[in-house]
Design a protein around this ligand. Structure first.
Ligand code: NCD
Ligand code: ZN
Length: 345
């Protein structure tokens, strides 16, 4: 096969940042995806519908001429998000949900939730108004091993959310373990999960290959090979609950190549190409369209995209870095070759 055509995909977990950084990365996503769910972990965090509305307007203004791309937003949940804010978010028509960052779990999560108890009024309002909860599923207790934080989150937090607010739809974002995939399969209806390209293609050896590799550092961390295999099986299987969310998370090169480097892998430059590579490895290119273009839209109750994109089997070399405002951005697979290329529309 030399070309692969599919319904235009959507990215249900994306970091776009703001200003010159956003202008640098947005064209990559807009060239591939029809829609994205844009994460609210900016400085300051996007805790109100009003702030999200302004951010969304800046995204639309930064789009390249002629781009066909729709940003959807999610509210940054805090210990004190009022139920009224949830209603305003729903009424806006551009907010799909709210994002739970356990305080301290990841980049710009300081304003996040310190105890799940504090969110019950907001989560109940979300269930009532049909907003979806997106969760960064890691506990932050320092005594928990960093590779076990997702599993601990399932036991200590996620099961409680699902029981306490039965009508709430929840997306377990960027799952990284076999245990998480298994949990999603066995949980009550309304729970789904996104999976990133790096967690389908790499295991945790990639963080230490010949030395410390800051560009393979993201949260939640890459895990064992058997976890990667389980995620690949979930993504390429028949289960509607697993769908595409890149978690593309750009950071300036000097902030990653540093004594205390930032977490986040940038993949938007080749997102659908990277997924195609993973699906091809699994011998399931036929399932890419369901994972990338159907299940997420169905889950969020949005129409599937009518436009199509094509990928051609054509090797190309990923640049060492891209411009990123006044900085540089090192993309996933920099300096190496990829098997698939998006055919320009
Ligand atoms: C994300 C970021 O940089 O905003 N980083 C990451 O490692 N994934 C935040 C997040 O999604 O955890
Ligand atoms: Zn993220």
């Amino acid at each position: 096969m030399t070309t692969l055509a599919l319904r235009r995909p959507d990215d249900w977990h994306l970091h776009l940042r703001d200003g010159a950084h956003m202008a640098a990365v947005l064209p990559f996503t807009a060239a591939r995806f029809a829609r994205a769910l844009v994460m609210p972990n900016l400085k300051p965090p996007m805790t109100t519908t009003a702030a999200l509305g302004e951010y969304r307007a800046r995204i639309l203004a930064a789009l390249p001429e002629g781009a066909d791309f729709e940003p959807w937003m999610t509210l940054y949940l805090t210990d004190s998000t009022p139920p009224d804010e949830i209603r305003r978010a729903r009424d806006s028509g551009f907010v799909l949900g709210a994002k739970l960052y356990p305080a301290g779990a990841t980049t710009h999560s300081d304003a996040g939730v310190t105890s799940i108890e504090n969110t019950w009024p907001a989560l109940e309002a979300m269930a009532e108004h049909g907003l979806v909860l997106q969760v960064h599923g890691e506990v932050t207790e320092p005594e928990v091993d960093v590779f076990d934080r997702e599993t601990a989150f399932i036991d200590r937090v996620l099961t409680r959310i699902l029981e306490r607010v039965p009508g709430l739809k929840v997306v377990f974002e960027h799952i990284t373990t076999a245990a998480a995939a298994e949990f999603v399969r066995s949980a009550r209806g309304g729970l789904a999960a996104t999976i990133t390209p790096q967690h389908l293609l790499l295991n945790r050896n990639a963080i230490f290959e010949g030395g410390v590799r800051p560009h393979h550092y993201c949260l939640p961390l890459l895990k064992r090979e058997r976890d990667r295999e389980a995620l690949l099986a979930a993504a390429t299987g028949n289960d509607q609950r697993f769908f595409l969310g890149t978690d593309s998370a750009p950071h300036a090169r000097h902030t990653k190549e540093a004594p205390c480097g930032c977490a986040g892998i940038f993949s938007a430059h080749a997102a659908i190409e990277l997924y195609a590579e993973a699906f091809e490895q699994a011998g399931r290119l036929d399932r890419l369209e369901a994972f990338a273009s159907e299940r997420g839209a169905d889950y969020y109750g949005l129409p599937r995209n009518e436009q199509r994109i094509s990928l051609s089997r054509e090797r190309w070399t990923v640049p060492d870095h891209y411009p990123f405002g006044d900085d540089e951005l090192v993309p996933l697979r920099s300096g190496t070759s990829l098997a698939w290329r998006v055919v320009p529309a």
